[in-house]
Ligand binder design. Structure first.
Ligand code: 13P
Ligand code: ZN
Length: 273
């Protein structure tokens, strides 16, 4: 038995590989973090080595104190995660005070967690409270259609949510809360982390203009599926634009009917034609 055979590790590796196969992770683009359950920490603990020194996160995530995260390394290529997980990902423990981390496994040839670790952890922190601890996965991908769409559609939550919902009937079912959109910001720091986590209080998806997408979810399957659905809807939107624009489209009543069928509550702000 090896730590690499544990189911959470297998699920993580599969998701990273699936993202690569979708074309979302050029070079070191994108990153993935997963918050381990207590049972998973105990299953992995025999493989932990001497912990690396405590390091400042740059933000404070008090409610995640003592948690363990599986995270991609900064500068690491997601395409290499499957080949050598031990050199491209790490397990990091968060200090009880929530402002530091230390690597307890992985990145065996050196390195640090993703530069977006502050954003990931702040999103985990917000989602921990908003979803009563159910959300465990935060995923950042360089999704081409979403990035293209940030060049043509006003960077506004209502406009984006309506455009994506209208692209494909399943969208309001998959992300009934809608999507949030951020203007361009410097990546990798505390400012974009704070702005993204503000959006994550309401949404499971945050779009970074001219950069990519953040998604939060309970499992690898649902989080990957959410990213896939948003990116596919953006691709359809862009194809329609390239074909000269929509001649007809879904209307508010269509969304109300979908919500009734699936027992969903759609925010009022998205229900205006
Ligand atoms: P990392 O290599 O630090 O994970 O950065 C990649 C990225 O997508 C930055 O937004
Ligand atoms: Zn990025």
């Amino acid at each position: 038995m090896s730590i690499l055979e544990l189911p959470f590790m297998q699920g993580y590796i599969r998701m990273a590989t699936d993202g690569v196969n979708m074309g979302w992770h050029e070079r070191n683009g994108g990153n993935l973090t997963y918050r381990l359950t207590d049972d998973e920490v105990e299953a992995a603990r025999p493989y932990f080595r001497d912990a690396k020194p405590w390091t400042d996160i740059g933000v404070t995530v008090k409610n995640l104190g003592g948690s363990y995260f599986l995270a991609t390394g900064t500068g690491k290529f997601l395409r290499n995660v499957q080949l050598e997980p031990q050199n491209n990902v790490c397990i990091a423990q968060i200090s009880e005070s929530g402002d530091q981390y230390r690597i307890v496994w992985g990145l065996e040839q050196g390195g640090a967690p993703t530069s977006e670790f502050p954003s990931h952890l702040m999103n985990h922190s917000v989602k921990f409270d908003a979803a009563n601890g159910r959300h465990r996965v935060i995923y950042h991908a360089h999704t081409p259609a979403v990035i293209a769409m940030t060049n043509v559609l006003e960077l506004d939550d209502v406009k984006w949510t309506r455009a994506l919902w209208s692209a494909m009937t399943e969208c309001p079912v998959v992300f009934p809360g809608g999507v949030g959109v951020l203007p361009w910001m410097v990546c990798g720091g505390a400012e974009i982390a704070k702005a993204t986590s503000e959006l994550m209080k309401q949404y499971d998806v945050a779009v970074w203009a001219f950069h990519g997408t953040f998604a939060s979810g309970e499992s690898f399957d649902t989080t990957f599926g959410l990213m896939h659905c948003v990116e596919k809807a953006a691709d359809i939107y862009m194809r329609v634009q390239a074909a000269g624009g929509a001649r007809q489209t879904m209307c508010t009543q269509n969304f109300i009917d979908i919500a009734a069928l699936f027992g969903l509550t759609l925010p009022e702000k998205f229900l205006k034609d």
